[in-house]
Design a protein around this ligand. Structure first.
Ligand code: 1QQ
Length: 375
């Protein structure tokens, strides 16, 4: 007879909320099948970030499913780069019992509200482009595979000092975004530690189109370098207006500038931008070149850092699913946390004890409209 007790036992054996996911996981041949939610910035002014990210994920997804060891179904939601929309998307995904883990959201500003919810609900979440300070520290279910500003910016500043003998800098940053603010904190700290004189600190807001006041002041102070923490839209317009005003000193940008959109929007004005990234598409490495070729065939454009990070992220997730052996949220979290020496297109990848990234950046400079290694 089917009693309350036996149904209770059955429920706990199936892991409660994850029962349908587990049933799916124990499909033919023991292959793990899982829905992976994606929250991405695919409409609005920063949509090129999300486009690259979802392209990278879809390409990896095809390859992973073809190999046949795990089967991943991506459930993609648009956040439009907004906190409230990202949170709504996250809630929808978390409420779906079949969603084992989430990739995204795109912006640290979004992760700051989505991360704590995912952590509270026990849903593993991994940002592929969230670079602000403190993201993995939100909780034990929160990860990222993107190189944090704290590693990227000091590397760029060091190279700029070495190359231009820079002594005086101006800093310009967006003060209404978690990532641009965090990038500023890192820039200020790095400049101070390296003995640079900070001539002025100027701010702007998302969507601003006129930077005349800030740039006029910066120009009058004659800095050797401008440190700018911005997303690509504002960043590109800032560079364009600066060059038009006759400011020709190099810029050091944070992660927001690591998009080809900067060159598309600013044109020649983007020359002299220095950034640090774990991704370099011209690298003499078979894995990198195979990825670039497949990406170009599929999307008729070159992959950028955001596509590359997303591509590696889905492979890291697939490895965790394999290791977990089931589409269970807790088991996948534990398996993700143990990721060590994963060999991806961004090189060797491990999480530290906080779920943060251990990786070496490459410093690039835009020269004649192209990102090139800054030697
Ligand atoms: C962040 C970022 C942005 C540039 C992602 C697109 O690094 O918000 O953390």
């Amino acid at each position: 007879q089917f009693t309350a007790l036996s149904s209770l036992l059955l429920l706990s054996a199936c892991g409660g909320a994850q029962s349908s996911g587990e049933k799916e996981a124990k499909g033919a041949g023991g292959k793990v099948t899982a829905d992976i939610g994606v929250i991405s910035y695919i409409s609005g002014p920063g949509a090129a970030y999300g486009e690259a990210i979802t392209n990278g994920l879809k390409l990896a997804n095809e390859e992973i499913n073809k190999k046949g060891e795990v089967e991943i179904n991506l459930v993609i939601e648009d956040s439009a780069g907004k906190q409230d929309q990202a949170l709504t998307a996250a809630q929808k995904l978390m409420n779906s019992k079949n969603v084992t883990a989430i990739i995204g959201p795109t912006l640290s500003t979004e992760m700051n509200v989505v991360g704590p919810e995912a952590d509270l609900n026990g849903v593993p979440i991994m940002g592929t482009s969230t670079t602000a300070e403190g993201i993995p520290q939100i909780g034990e279910y929160v990860f990222r595979n993107s190189l944090p500003e704290a590693l990227a910016i000091p590397a760029s500043i060091d190279k700029a000092i070495e190359k231009y003998d820079a002594k005086k800098v101006a800093i310009l940053y967006g003060n209404d975004d978690v990532f641009t603010k965090s990038g500023f904190d890192t820039m200020k700290k790095a400049a101070e530690e390296k003995g640079l004189e900070i001539l002025t600190i100027e701010t702007f807001q998302k969507g601003q189109s006129d930077y005349n006041a800030q740039l006029t002041k910066i120009k009058s102070l004659k800095p050797d370098l401008i440190l700018a923490s911005a997303l690509y839209n504002e960043g590109a317009v800032i560079m364009d207006q600066a060059r038009k005003m006759g400011i020709d000193v190099p810029f050091v940008g944070g992660n927001g500038f690591n998009s080809p959109e900067v060159i598309k929007i600013a044109g020649d004005a983007a020359d002299g931008l220095i950034v640090a990234t774990p991704w370099y598409g011209d690298k003499d490495d078979q894995k990198v070149q195979d990825f670039v070729k497949k990406y170009e065939e599929k999307y008729s454009k070159k992959p950028d850092q955001f596509a590359a990070q997303a591509y590696d992220a889905l492979y890291i997730m697939a490895e965790a699913l394999k290791k977990a052996g089931e589409a269970d949220r807790d088991a996948v979290r534990d398996a993700l946390a143990e990721t060590k020496d994963f060999q991806g297109i961004l090189g060797s990848f491990s999480f530290d004890k906080d779920g943060d990234v251990v990786m070496e950046p490459t410093v690039l400079v835009i020269d004649e409209g192209k990102f090139t290694v800054f030697e």
